[in-house]
Design a protein around this ligand. Structure first.
Ligand SMILES: C=C(O[C@@H]1C=C(C(=O)O)C=C[C@H]1O)C(=O)O
Length: 103
């Protein structure tokens, strides 16, 4: 493997970490927007007496995400795991909205 000086490695690491920081910021902003949107969906469902979870919609979302992950070089199993964590949190929020509207 080609040798790299400590100075060059530090400069490259700094450049890469700066991109990682930007990407992490984008992820947080995207998640914040998604949760704003799902909050509105959850409150709408609660008002309409619809169930918090929609497994059919989740299955479509997961299949779509797995396929996008595959074509962009991301491990589809990992992509599914992340989406499941997000969806579980969304459903927890929706259950809370449903309880609030029962009060
Ligand atoms: C946001 C919704 O509620 C739940 C959360 C979903 C999600 O986070 O993608 C998908 C289906 C539902 O279980 C929805 O029904 O669209």
């Amino acid at each position: 493997m080609e040798h790299v000086s400590a100075d060059d490695a530090r400069a490259e690491l700094h450049r890469l970490r700066s991109s990682i920081d930007n990407l992490d910021a984008a992820l947080v902003h995207l998640l914040a927007e998604r949760f704003k949107c799902t909050e509105t969906v959850g409150r709408l469902k609660a008002r309409a007496g619809m169930p918090p979870a929609d497994p059919a919609r989740e299955a479509v979302q997961i299949a779509r995400l797995r396929s996008m992950a595959e074509s962009s070089g991301l491990d589809p199993h990992f992509a599914e795991k992340i989406l499941n964590v997000i969806i579980a949190e969304v459903i927890r929020n929706h259950e809370q909205f449903a309880e609030e509207s029962d009060d």
